[in-house]
Design a protein around this ligand. Structure first.
Ligand code: BJW
Ligand code: ZN
Length: 262
């Protein structure tokens, strides 16, 4: 049996499905993954140096502007076939939830309603000093021009600087999100891990957690990221190709083209 056939059978035999997603699912929407080279305005910056609390402390305007630019980039992007396949599976009767490491809102815009954001969201802000969640006015969401740096707005409670509501290295994941993710993962029949390199902890432990709880794990990735467990199936290729192909193989979604994947 091919891996695609094994994956189709695993999906057919399951009821509760968790999609665990990373940057690779949004790549086909034009959002670079963490390993991609940056394009455009920010080519001269190294994201690993921008995505830290230390960087924000040293140069808040640079970091704030970088996130304003990324928020704009996400705003221009559209959900792709992989994001769209997930609510289709739920409409076809599966109990589907999404646990994502992504800070974009493309799952929600594709129509997924149960989305747990492990690493926060580009749409949220909080105070760097007192952690109070903040709100931004449309005027505070300007797009920085080349070379222009915008100062972060201030907290209404303590006048501290507002920072993006995302999780940087050495920061704890939002407790509620992590708890929900663990509950969903331990109770699913099938976990479909899509477009994640699986190196950033503790999220990277999620496929193992599912296997340990007796679930089957399907990986969809351009590269082989399997862990070689018996209940694991590797689908090597683009998420925007494989997720719709899985739905078609199940008879859900668009009809199969003559030379499609089966
Ligand atoms: C396709 C595709 C297509 C492409 N179709 N596939 C040493 C020092 C300090 C910390 C640590 C340390 N050792 C361990 C740690 C802990 C650290 C960690 O794990 N680091 C590792 C790198 C070693 N973790 C943390 O710090 C976490 N917190 C924590 O542990 O707290 C406790 C603690 C307290 C004090 C001290 C230490 C620990 C927090 C992690 C937060 C992660 N934050 C980021 C940034 C979010 C904000 C932002 O975006 O600006 O989250 S980092 C970045 O990585 C982002 C992502 O969500 C995350 C995961 O990346 P992802 O999604 O897997 O993307 P890529 O690019 O890596 O992979 C893309 C994949 O897609 C590839 O495999 C492609 O092949 C594939 N692909 N196109 C299918 N079309
Ligand atoms: Zn504050």
């Amino acid at each position: 049996m091919s891996n695609m056939q094994r994956a189709t059978e695993a999906l057919r035999a399951s009821k509760k499905v968790v999609f665990f997603t990373g940057a690779g699912i949004s790549a086909e929407s034009g959002i670079p993954t963490f390993r991609d080279k940056l394009t455009g305005l920010w080519t001269k910056h190294d994201p690993e140096r921008l995505e830290t609390a230390a960087a924000f402390r040293e140069n808040p305007a640079l970091i704030w502007s970088w996130y304003l630019w990324r928020r704009h980039q996400v705003g221009q992007a559209k959900p792709n076939a992989a994001h769209l396949a997930i609510p289709q599976l739920s409409n076809a009767g599966w109990e589907v939830s999404v646990v994502t490491q992504n800070i974009d809102d493309l799952h929600e815009r594709a129509g997924s309603s149960q989305v747990v954001h492990l690493h926060g969201s580009l749409m949220d802000v909080k105070c760097f000093a007192c952690h109070r969640p903040g709100k931004l006015t449309p005027a505070q969401l300007g797009i920085p021009e080349e070379g222009q740096l915008i100062e972060p707005p201030r907290c209404v409670r303590c006048n501290g600087k507002l920072r993006p509501g995302v999780v940087w290295f050495r920061e704890n994941l939002p407790e509620g999100a992590w708890r929900s993710a663990v509950r969903l993962v331990k109770n699913c029949d099938l976990l479909i891990s899509v477009g994640t390199s699986g190196v950033v902890m503790p999220a990277a432990d999620i496929p193992n957690m599912a296997l340990a709880a007796g679930a089957t794990v399907i990986h969809v990735n351009l590269e082989d990221v399997g862990l070689d467990a018996a209940d694991e199936i590797m689908l090597t290729g683009a998420a925007g190709v494989f997720l719709p192909a899985l739905l078609r193989a199940l008879g859900v979604g668009a009809p199969l083209p003559p030379d499609g994947l089966t």
